[in-house]
Design a protein around this ligand. Structure first.
Ligand code: SF4
Length: 64
């Protein structure tokens, strides 16, 4: 099973970077959403990790 992860929405800066890097698992629509959301866990772990590493809010985390 794919490793699960989440966005701590209160820290999301609504930059859209995660959705650009990994559009299959993150969604963000500028103007329509106040923060990004997770839409699927079915993404390569390295893509999710890349989104985490590039998140300016440092608010994407692996679930324990
Ligand atoms: S990269 Fe981080 S701060 Fe930017 S939209 Fe995604 S979760 Fe929010």
């Amino acid at each position: 099973m794919a490793k699960e992860f989440y966005i701590a929405a209160e820290d999301c800066l609504a930059c859209g970077s995660c959705a650009e890097l990994c559009p299959d698992c993150f969604r963000f629509e500028e103007g329509a959403m106040e923060h990004a959301e997770v839409t699927s866990f079915d993404c390569p772990e390295e893509k999710v990790q890349e989104a985490m590493d590039n998140c300016p809010g440092q608010c994407i985390f692996w679930k324990e």
